[in-house]
Design a protein around this ligand. Structure first.
Ligand code: ZN
Length: 282
C-alpha cells in the first residue's frame, strides 16, 4: 500500500492539474454518488490535499470528495478529453480547464460536507499528518507519552493511523532505525530524550521520503552509493527489506521480526532492546 509520501505526491500532481480551476465535468462510478456529477459541476476546485493515505478534493461551497486508494487505487492526470491506457475501472474523474484527474480502481469514495467530514469514521480517528498538518517535535513527543499510546510496542504503534497518519511498513522500520530504537520497545520504556528523538525522526524521515520520491536513505549516503554504481533498490533504505544484509552503519547482519502483523526490519546493534543513548549512531 502506498504510504503518506506517495499519496501526498499524487495529491500534488492532481493539485497542479486542477486546483483553483472550475470543474466543468465530473464522473462518479458509484450510483449513490451520480447526482454529484451535476452538483459539483461549475464549482471551483479549492484545494487538493492528503490526510494519511486518503485524499481530499475540496470544492467551493464546502463539499469535499474523499477518496482512499486502498491497495489498488491509482490517479492519472491527463489533458482533458484524453483517457489513459489502462484496463482498470474508472471510479472518479474531474475535468477542469485543460486538464483532468482520474482515479481508477479505488473503492472508497464519498462526498462530504463539513459536518460529515468531522464525523467520518476514517478521518475522525486519524492522528496528525506530518506532510499536510506539520505537527512539531513537541507535539509528537507528548503524543508518544499519552496514556493510550505509551504502553504499546513502537513497531505496532507507528503503523496505527490513529497515532500518526500516513506511516506504513517501510517508514516505520526506517524511522525506528534512525532513532536507534528497538521495534519492540514501548514509549513508556523510553527516556524523554528518546521520545523526542523518535518524534524528530518521524517528521524528518517522512519529509525526506516525500522530497526524494520514496528514498529514505539521506541524500549524502545515496550520492556515495550511486557513485559506486548502486541502483535504486540498493540505495533506497537503511533496513527495510534488507534482512541478513549488512547494516549500513555498523555492518552487523540486519534482522526481521513480525510486529503489527507485518515484517519489521531492524539492526540488533544500532537498535538495542535496552535503550542506550550512546548507541545513537545515525
Ligand atoms: Zn547497525
Amino acid at each position: 500500500m502506498p504510504e503518506g509520501p506517495e499519496i501526498r505526491r499524487a495529491a500534488d500532481r492532481v493539485a497542479a492539474a486542477i486546483e483553483g480551476k472550475t470543474a466543468t465535468e465530473l464522473f462518479f462510478a458509484f450510483e449513490q454518488l451520480k447526482h454529484f456529477e451535476k452538483e459539483l459541476s461549475g464549482r471551483r476546485v479549492k484545494q487538493v490535499t492528503s490526510r494519511g493515505k486518503a485524499m481530499l478534493t475540496r470544492f467551493e461551497g464546502d463539499l469535499t470528495v474523499y477518496t482512499h486508494n486502498q491497495l489498488y487505487g491509482r490517479w492519472y492526470v491527463m489533458r482533458s478529453g484524453r483517457l489513459p491506457r489502462t484496463r482498470r475501472q474508472l471510479r472518479f474523474a474531474v475535468t477542469a480547464g485543460d486538464r483532468r484527474a482520474l482515479l481508477y480502481s479505488a473503492s472508497e469514495i464519498d462526498v462530504l460536507d463539513a459536518e460529515a467530514e468531522r464525523r467520518h469514521p476514517f478521518l475522525r480517528r486519524l492522528g496528525p499528518d506530518v506532510l499536510s498538518q506539520a505537527p512539531g517535535v513537541d507535539d509528537l513527543a507528548s503524543r508518544l507519552d499519552e496514556k493510550r499510546f505509551r504502553g504499546r510496542q513502537l513497531g505496532a504503534l507507528l503503523l496505527d493511523q490513529g497515532f500518526v497518519a500516513g506511516l506504513g511498513n517501510y517508514l516505520r522500520a526506517e524511522i525506528l532505525f534512525e532513532a536507534g530504537i528497538h521495534p519492540r520497545r514501548k514509549a513508556a520504556e523510553c527516556s524523554g530524550g528518546e521520545r523526542r528523538r523518535l518524534a524528530g525522526r518521524i517528521i524528518a524521515v517522512t519529509k525526506r521520503t516525500y522530497r526524494t520520491r520514496g528514498v529514505t536513505l539521506p541524500p549524502s549516503r545515496v550520492a556515495g552509493l550511486k557513485a559506486a554504481g548502486a541502483r535504486r533498490p540498493d540505495y533506497r533504505f537503511w533496513v527495510y527489506g534488507r534482512s541478513n544484509a549488512a547494516c549500513r552503519v555498523c555492518a552487523q547482519a540486519l534482522k526481521v521480526v513480525g510486529i503489527g502483523g507485518r515484517k519489521c526490519y531492524w539492526c540488533p546493534s544500532c537498535q538495542p532492546r535496552e535503550g542506550s543513548e550512546r548507541n545513537r549512531k545515525v
